[in-house]
Write a protein that binds this ligand. Sequence first.
Ligand SMILES: *Cc1c(COP(=O)(O)O)cnc(C)c1O
Length: 383
Amino acid sequence: MADNFLPYHVPSIGPQEIAAVSAALESHWITAGPRVQEFQKAFRAFVGSEHALAVDSCTAGLHVVLAALGIGPGDEVIVPDMTFCATANVVMHVQAKPVIADVTRDTYHIDPAAIERSITPKTKAIIPVHYGGQLCDMDAIMDIAQRHRLFVIEDSAHTIGVKYRGRMVGTIGNATVFSFYATKNLTTAEGGMITTDDDDLAEKIRILTLHGISKDAWKRYSAQGTWYYEVVAEGFKYNMTDLEAALGLVQLRRLPEFMARRRRLAERFNAGLKDVRGIRIPATLPYNDHGWHLYVVEINEQVCGVSRDRFIEAMREHGIGTSVHFIPLHRHPLYRNKLGVKPEQFQRSEEIYQRIVSLPLYPAMRDEDADRVISAVQETLGT
Ligand SMILES: *Cc1c(COP(=O)(O)O)cnc(C)c1O
């Protein structure tokens, strides 16, 4: 193993982030306070949505949106096979049933035709996942949703600041949920944001995010507030803290710089890898921006004689960390046992899963790091 290991991910936390968190600590507002309010306001302006509600993770955000929409026992929610487990688990958290749909072969997005096939009288919502950094075909999905009167809750863990046919993510479906987990394009360590244009839904989410209390902590304890509150719903403890919001405010200002750097690195990878035998560089959609959250290549063993698993090992020997996004839902014992899903039902995601590898791509990487990844791939695949 090389001693200068290039990790799969390193967050971009600099002096500005450290100063902002220190200032928050010194202000004595360490949990939900003025910085959360400010971050929500800045995020709303950035996305162009009516509301932005901060939560402590994307998972919490998805859960609270489902709860606020009244989705519960007996209901079904359609999710893609190629996603992180959180997308399906939140459906189970409200005692509804996730119905797993296969994905498109090129971009690993939920397939609109598979959504149509999965709809039953019990279907209440669709959770499209904007895999890797490109938005799903939202026109097709919104059209299906309108015809069948379904809610659309977008899992935008990978697509902050990305547009679909000129429309900013966070302004399309009924609600959109972002992740600020350590590995995401903008991080608050842990955190998330829900955007929506629906005033009623926003109010329900606001209440459910903090114990079902009808006023938030900031208003309660600030000068304009009072000691009185009422619990009006079975809420959760899902609020963001001011320490996280302090990080988020700095990261949001730096986002254009991060996005530009990701794009440059992706272009470098594309140029260096497109002619390597047995590899497929990421497919890009003409109507979309790409946020380049992930850089996912496919290794075709039939062509290059190297399996995906062997490829990952070889990259590690070259001192390069990689990852796999994702092990499809249908492969996990939980969904197999609870939902009775079988690999034959997911031919595309099964084939995708056999081949995919995520290469390291993050703003802290230098051009030399990208070139090192390219050389390691070329050596591993023998070109
Ligand atoms: C990271 C991720 C999540 C979960 O985000 P958290 O903020 O960690 O809860 C959900 N969906 C997808 C597709 C993700 O990649």
